[in-house]
Design a protein around this ligand. Sequence first.
Ligand code: MG
Length: 451
Amino acid sequence: MGELFGTNGVRGIVNEDMDVDLALDLGRAIGTWLGEGRVGIGTDSRLSNQMLKYAVASGLMSTGVSVVDLGMAPTPAIQYYVRENTDMGVVITASHNPPEFNGIKVVAGDGTELLKDVEGEIEDIYFSKKFEYVPWDRVGSMIEDDPLDKYHEAVLKSVDEHTVKDAGLKIVVDCANGVAGLSTPYLLRNLGCQVITLNAQLDGTFPGHESEPTEENLVDLKSMVTSVGADLGIAHDGDSDRAIFFDEMGNFLHGDKTLTLMAKKMVVENDGGIVVTPVSSSSSVEDVVKDNGGELIYTAVGSPIVARKMMEIDAVFGGEENGGLIFADHQYCRDAPMTAVKVVELIAREGRALSELIAELPDYALDKRGLYCPDELKEELIADLKEIFSEQEYDDTDGLKIYYPEGWVLIRASGTEPKYRVYSQSKDKITAEKLGEEHLKVVQKAVNDLS
Ligand code: MG
């Protein structure tokens, strides 16, 4: 049995592995799993969106499910709509992948991404083709609705409008030609900010730059922030579930900085509370949460896992270092426009520069390495590594996280590639690199011994 869903839904190159047949059968499989009900379906700005959307919708309707076409919208806006209005959701998006890719992501009725076991059940139906079609008089229908107004209302309701309006901030927003262009500039202008946009026109060829918000892809944003004297710069990925920031001096802020900054804000504002983040996150998150009377809970890597854990234990905030932040009182999924607005709210409230707020946070150096490991050896390898490091203090929530006085090392299998990753963290770069190098050698030897 093949595996259809990767870390973030089904992805592939359009009309090669991601084609109409796959989309149609996946629609049939989702509809068969659901039985009956309504599914909201929306897309990002990619050229193949309509082709895939209508195929999924046809499959769904053949099993008796009704479809609400939500058009183009940020993924979090679609998730918000699903939570409020439908039994499930489908997002046609390949997030930050190159333009020739597209993907299909399934959202549970509560608006969060599906967990692995439900994906597995849908996969089983997909591969066995045991679709349950309904008679002619029960096939589903399709209507249109706009998810944006209600979503924007919810985001605006969760911020301190007066404080942000009084601050009169100047902000450059790079929408990466994606669906962020429908929300973030609008929200910030509504909050009285002066907004300058880059790549705000929706265009699935991504003429501005690739849709992954890396520092290399954001050179225009960086220079625009300093040339117009903006208070900050904001960038989103293609489907707008992740937000990345530049400070007023044009410094690119790694996702762990914003994650730490927001974790601190949420714990301070809630007088404590629980924050959830994967074991791969910087210790700076744990430091600020504990220093401000909160509690930190670690999970395995993956935003659906973080979101589910947050619901389970009633956490106030959670997120990953890739810029995907989850605000519990808003909704249990990564939400980039919400993150943008929350960072802006913090700057307005503090009345200080973003660089200053960042400088106050604990600073750690993180080193990341990887090595080839065939998928079939992955499980055995982790068992061997546990044996090798049995004398050390470790945590096996996800892979193996080994604690040392000078820092930690996380060794974990990649969810998408035949690879193992080695992350190491310490107070200084040289120690982090040394830890990474040493452990990579140990892992390499263990892989060689197995093969
Ligand atoms: Mg994304």
